[in-house]
Write a protein that binds this ligand. Structure first.
Ligand SMILES: Cc1cc2nc3c(=O)[nH]c(=O)nc-3n(C[C@H](O)[C@H](O)[C@H](O)COP(=O)(O)OP(=O)(O)OC[C@H]3O[C@@H](n4cnc5c(N)ncnc54)[C@H](O)[C@@H]3O)c2cc1C
Length: 415
């Protein structure tokens, strides 16, 4: 099993009672609850609230061994996973690849990634938090009005759930949390700009719900730009079409792609670098290798794909585990079928939208309470659930964010 995210963990769990030995390999020692990562990036939660050591999660699964290491290459002919750093390769009878996706800057990785960090890991969330909080500190000391405004301009690129959640939280940070904390600047004058290339945000939702989300964002003071693609990004700002925006903080939520490991499977990948799998989630030419979760391009219907969301990864993990057991019992494979349990997105501290199965749609506070319940329920670890709930209640009552620490600050950025 490569990857201790939603898919890999669920695959390991589904094999807990089977007569097999499972090796769970991950480059990190923790499982990360990515849906709440934006809260770490905006100082609402601390990393330990939303991450849990993988060893601890699977401690009761006696047939599961955890290995900390990065898979560098998969050698299907030798049935081996080659590890980075020269450690001995891992040999497998069956392999489940659940490595998720990585940020994509559409081929501009070298030029843009440094200036516009994405949000996929704890490290990136902490870097965003540092940049956001430091921007206010720089603005406080800056005497030139134009330069001060550039420090107080925050641009989020990408109008999907991550971009919307980030923009909403940044607006609340400036309007509520930081208000009154500075003497030379008024944090409420910060501009939060969300740019979306298409003609609406949250495209996975109905037009009504995405319209509602837009209104909620605008009420928070977010400036939403449509049809605006980033043409140039650097340390001083970005160009959207013909318009230049001076902004010292740019956050990237515009795209993801499969990681480099997937190419070593030497099988067909889609435009996003995800692996095209057979209906049972195995490789078309190798029934011993399964690719699941975000890393897999799984067809549903004619030209649609299973979405890259946590419940889909978990369902795929379970399915892959079952298929391995069927193969060991000499039974034929079964196709995977995704059960859509609905989707949600939150906009700020008490607004959300939810599309539930059967066409039921929720919005406003009710949707936010449903969002809160689901996210706390699916957080791994009882301690985390309690901690997050308490922090949210506190934040809800006081508008305060408990993790406003600036860490890893080296030399101040040069102008
Ligand atoms: C900011 C953000 C917000 C999100 N919000 C939501 C939401 O609200 N609701 C929702 O349903 N989904 C949400 N998602 C999507 C959801 O998190 C993913 O669909 C889900 O995590 C996919 O699970 P996975 O197991 O495929 O991959 P992941 O959970 O990404 O896990 C991949 C694992 O593989 C490991 N790995 C990667 N490469 C290697 C390697 N070479 N060697 C060893 N280990 C490796 C990683 O360390 C990681 O632990 C969000 C995602 C992000 C980034």
């Amino acid at each position: 099993m490569i990857g201790g995210g939603f898919g890999g963990l669920e695959a390991a769990r589904s094999l807990a009672r089977a007569a097999v030995r499972v090796t769970l390999l991950d480059a990190r020692n923790h499982h990360l609850f990515q849906p709440l990562l934006y809260q770490v990036a905006t100082a609402g939660l601390s990393p330990g609230d939303i991450a849990e050591p993988i060893r601890h999660i699977v401690r009761r699964l006696k047939n599961v061994r955890v290995v900390l290491g990065r898979a560098e290459r998969i050698d299907r002919a030798a049935r081996q996973v080659v590890l980075a750093g020269g450690a001995s390769p891992l040999t497998y009878d069956y392999l489940v690849v659940a490595t998720g996706v990585i940020n994509s800057w559409f081929g501009k990785e070298q030029e843009w990634a440094e200036h516009a960090p994405g949000l996929k890991s704890v490290e990136e969330a902490l870097e965003i938090r540092r940049r956001v909080l430091m921007a206010y500190e720089h603005a406080e000391l800056e005497e030139d009005p134009a330069r001060r405004q550039a420090w107080l301009t925050f641009v989020v690129v990408g109008g999907g759930p991550t971009g919307v959640e980030l923009a909403g939280a940044l607006a609340e940070l400036s309007r509520n949390t930081l208000a009154g904390n500075f003497r030379s600047i008024d944090p409420r004058e910060a501009r939060v700009i969300l740019c979306e290339g298409g003609d609406r945000i949250l495209r996975a939702f109905s037009e009504q719900l995405s319209g509602q989300a837009l209104r909620s964002l605008e009420q928070l003071g977010v400036d939403v730009r449509f049809g605006s693609y980033a043409a140039e990004v650097n340390g001083q700002g970005l160009t959207l079409g013909d318009e230049r925006i001076d902004a010292r903080t740019i956050l990237w939520a515009a795209g993801v792609k499969g990681g480099p490991l997937l190419a070593t499977l030497e099988t067909e990948q889609d435009r996003m670098g995800r692996v095209r799998v057979a209906p049972d989630l195995s490789l078309p030419a190798d029934p011993r290798v399964f690719v699941i979760g975000d890393a897999a391009a799984v067809r549903q219907g004619e030209d649609d794909f299973v979405p890259g969301v946590a419940p889909a990864a978990m369902q795929m993990g379970r399915h892959a585990g079952e298929q391995i057991q069927r193969a060991l019992a000499g039974q034929p494979p079964q196709p995977f079928s995704y059960l859509d349990k609905g989707s949600m997105a939150t906009i700020g501290r008490s607004q959300a939208i939810a599309a539930l199965p059967g066409g039921l749609e929720l919005r406003g506070l009710l949707a936010w309470l449903a969002w809160l319940a689901v996210h706390i329920m699916f957080l791994i670890g009882f301690r985390n659930r309690i901690l997050v709930l308490i922090q949210w209640m506190w934040a809800y009552m006081t508008f305060q964010r408990g993790a406003r620490l600036i860490t890893n600050e080296g030399e101040p950025r040069a102008d």
